[in-house]
Design a protein around this ligand. Sequence first.
Ligand code: HEC
Ligand SMILES: [Cu+2]
Length: 370
Amino acid sequence: MAQYSAPRRSGLGPGFWPVTIALTVVNLIVTYVIIVFPFDSFVKVMGEPGGDVDLLFRFMSVIGNAIFVYVAGYLVYFSIVWRRRAGESSDTIGIQIHDNHTLEFWWTAIPAIIVVILAIFSIKIWVDLQRSEGGGVTMEAIGHQYNYEFRYANLKQSVYNDMHLPVNTPITVDVTAADVIHSFWLPEMRLKGDMVPGLIQTLRFTPKTVGKYRIICTEFCGTNHANMAANLYVDSRPDFDKWIAGQAKAQAGSAQPVAFDKGDAAAGASLFTQKCASCHNANGTWNQKIVGPGLGHIMSDSAHPNLVTGEKPNAKDIAYILEHGYDGPDKSMSGAPGPTLGIMPNREANGLTNKMIADLSTYLVAHSSK
Ligand code: HEC
Ligand SMILES: [Cu+2]
């Protein structure tokens, strides 16, 4: 064991009180900035209980700032005044303090009080989020790689990427995921829930202002995570009812069977840009991959005579892949099946109706036969 030299100095140190006053001034200035800082002008609060969440955030920041200013300030100050002086042996240690009951009492009591206040404050918000008010809209949001699926009680089929809600109505959203962990963040509502496969979490809020807001995935969920965003439209009640009726009508229409090779190629081309271009190069050859293979020559590439499913390329078998997705071994070349190339999402995950599948297959065949 090393033999330490005895400490030679004691006390708070020269200039302790002026430094304390300076730290207090810094603390008060930053506290003032936190209290008046207009978070709202960067990301507006458009629903309840967003205001309470902001208030809790400000409160936590005020306390966190005070702890930081005094701890970091005194750390620097004491390191300077009690530094080892030239001529002192290298194992000199500072004065050791034990059993100062007054100090110990306060450094236990003050943090305990702060933590209890924070707990009461956050539990109040949490209870508000859990309380069902009834009479509102209850729906489901499901995360997929890489889009959002929304289910409404009075629609037979899901809606993708655009979420509509009526204003001034209590909303209950059950969130979950179909493949990997995503998240459902509504910055303007100050609300975020992780979307976890097999777990249903309930979010409750009341949008207060009509408008278009953001839905953002904040959980890294794969190569295309950065593009996983959607829109939340808060509509007036009549607009919302009109939207629901419009969706119901469109869904009734799209349930009709459509011939896979008789779709609308132009509509397919624009759908491709929206829903497929993040994973497929529309003009590239098979080996010009993004996430999945290039589809520009799917009908005419002699290096890859078959589809990944092993079928000869035609509208029907392309439509089959769009409908069911594909995650098996690569059977596009002759010889032994190759490894799987990744997951081609199914129609639910890509949000495809029968008509869209027909439009896309027709487009791919026409476009890549050239
Ligand atoms: C998340 C990325 C992703 C999205 C989005 C996606 N695909 Fe794919 N796709 C893939 C992957 C990966 C494969 C290869 C699957 C395998 O072989 O296991 C694939 C395979 C395919 C194939 C078979 C290609 C071949 O040569 O056999 C077609 C056709 C296809 N996708 C069309 C589409 C269309 C049309 C869309 C848009 C509705 C789309 N994909 C959206 C990833 C994606
Ligand atoms: Cu995601």
